[in-house]
Design a protein around this ligand. Structure first.
Ligand code: F6R
Length: 243
């Protein structure tokens, strides 16, 4: 893993933007894997600015999101579909039919998972996958214990993930308990991976990622086996690694 240390969230977002704009501009038909959550928001905001300055276009870009909550309609304020639309897609020139986000209210959820896999394959695989990391080491919504061989699947969210995501909902009871998530193997099949890590709530996970063993108990640890991973991590997340 190529680890780039930065001062703070803003610098992480700046560096991530440079990285993604470079990839989008150098690939003929870029296929991007995208994450939601607080971590990539600064990246998406800056990409929109670059688009407004004519420095990047999404005309030839195809995207696949990592995950979606089960049970939330696309227009639900907390759906990842809504997040992506608001934070990125509605503000760049991407074609609607090139955007792929699992449908969390599909009548047949298993079929929806297979369809996400099939569409990724049909697009020629993911060129660059953007990831955040959960405090428990999850990537996508692959919680500790998920098989490294997993493809897109339905997951039961960890109690710690439900607690962490409750900040976006009115009450913890409203947080969905299941999600559709790309599997670990799906993520590992990406040609390149960009992992963004910021803040002291990720310090423990950062220490485990950089210094721990590869184990299904800590899903992100598998990234050490991928040959093209860049981690952009800020000082707050690295705090515990110094000791
Ligand atoms: C989001 C996702 C999750 C998040 C992780 C960190 O699509 O797949 O793995 O990246 O939960 O979330 P934040 O960035 O909110 O700390």
């Amino acid at each position: 893993m190529n680890v780039i240390k930065v001062k703070d969230y803003d610098e992480m977002s700046e560096k991530a933007t440079e990285f993604m704009v470079d990839r989008i501009n150098s690939l003929k038909n870029p296929v991007l894997g995208l994450a939601t959550g607080s971590t990539p928001e600064g990246l998406y905001q800056r990409i929109i600015e670059k688009h407004q300055q004519d420095e990047v276009s999404f005309k030839n870009v195809t995207t696949f999101n990592l995950d979606e909550y089960v049970g939330l309609e696309q227009n639900d304020p907390n759906s990842y579909y809504n997040f992506m639309n608001e934070k990125l897609f509605s503000q760049v020139d991407i074609a609607a039919d090139r955007v792929h986000i699992p449908n969390g209210v599909a009548a047949d959820l298993e079929k929806e998972c297979m369809e996400h896999e099939r569409a990724i394959e049909q697009a020629g695989g993911i060129d660059v996958q953007v990831l955040g990391i959960g405090g428990n080491g999850h990537i996508g919504f692959n919680e500790p214990g998920t098989s490294f061989d997993s493809k897109t699947h339905i997951v039961d969210l960890d109690e710690s993930t439900i607690q962490a995501n409750a900040r976006f909902f009115h009450s913890i009871e409203e947080v969905p308990t299941q999600a559709i998530s790309m599997g670990i193997e799906t993520i590992m099949n990406s040609k390149e991976i960009l992992l963004l890590v910021s803040g002291e709530t990720k310090a423990d996970a950062t220490a485990k990622l950089l210094h721990g063993d590869i184990s299904e108990d800590f899903p992100a640890s598998i990234l050490k086996k991928h040959e093209n991973v860049t981690v952009i991590v800020d000082e707050a997340a690295l705090e515990w690694c110094r000791g």
